[in-house]
Design a protein around this ligand. Structure first.
Ligand SMILES: Cc1cc2nc3c(=O)[nH]c(=O)nc-3n(C[C@H](O)[C@H](O)[C@H](O)COP(=O)(O)O)c2cc1C
Length: 209
């Protein structure tokens, strides 16, 4: 099986935000899909190790920011590469809250959905949440960012020489959390004990793209 084929599935990029009495948190996700229109229902999948996962289970609701193409890459890194277990992600960030007091980003987004979880399914590393759309706000007519565009923008941020050299180099991506390996040591030469720094999955889950 060529797992790189799975990267040909197109996705958007979203911020899943939730708040319990103890903690307000959010993380970047790409695994969102609208399933039905009447009633409006969506699914999303969260890694079990993410703090946001545990908080969504506890709260039963979340706000989903549909990120726009001009969402700063720093924002995606701040919410997608760090855990709320280690940092307060909303410190110094301007945000709003929905009817359930769940946090969302307005100026970085094109729209927002207020979601209530009505069911869930164990998917191994992830839990899939089945949600009703309780409310929806359209902020502007900006285009939503796709996962593909995000990856393009990330390499566009490099100098021309670096972009050319990384274009020539094969990229290794974690098939669980989509972290892109960018270390100095060629990926093939890393020890078998190497684990993804983001989701801690073993080296064997990385795929060449
Ligand atoms: C582009 C991108 C897409 C991601 N997609 C998902 C996803 O669909 N589901 C998920 O659980 N984590 C996804 N992540 C990883 C989480 O955002 C990341 O593990 C985050 O640090 C979790 O933070 P938390 O522990 O505060 O919840 C993605 C990260 C990035 C950068």
């Amino acid at each position: 099986m060529d797992k790189a084929a799975l990267f040909k599935i197109s996705y958007g990029l979203f911020l899943a935000g939730t708040a319990t009495e103890e903690k307000e948190n959010a993380c970047i996700i790409n695994t969102v899909m609208q399933v039905t229109s009447i009633p409006a229902r969506v699914t999303l999948a969260l890694q079990k190790r993410n703090l946001t996962h545990d908080l969504i289970i506890k709260k039963g609701s979340l706000a989903l920011s549909i990120l726009a193409q001009d969402c700063p890459l720093d924002t995606i890194a701040a919410f997608g590469l760090k855990s709320g277990r280690d940092v307060d992600k909303f410190l110094n960030v301007k945000y709003k809250t929905d009817g359930n007091k769940n946090p969302y980003l307005e100026s970085e987004s094109t729209a927002m959905l207020s979601l209530s979880v009505f069911d869930s399914r164990d998917m191994g590393t992830h839990t899939m949440f089945f949600c009703d759309v309780l409310d929806a706000l359209l902020f502007n007519d900006k285009k939503p960012i796709t996962y593909d565009l995000y990856r393009e923008l990330k390499s566009g941020g490099k100098t021309e020489a670096a972009a050319i050299s990384s274009a020539k180099k094969a990229e290794w991506v974690c098939s669980v959390c989509h972290y892109k390996y960018d270390g100095e040591i060629p990926f093939e030469e890393l020890p078998d004990s190497y684990v993804c720094p983001v989701c801690k999955q073993p080296k064997s889950v990385f795929v060449k793209v």
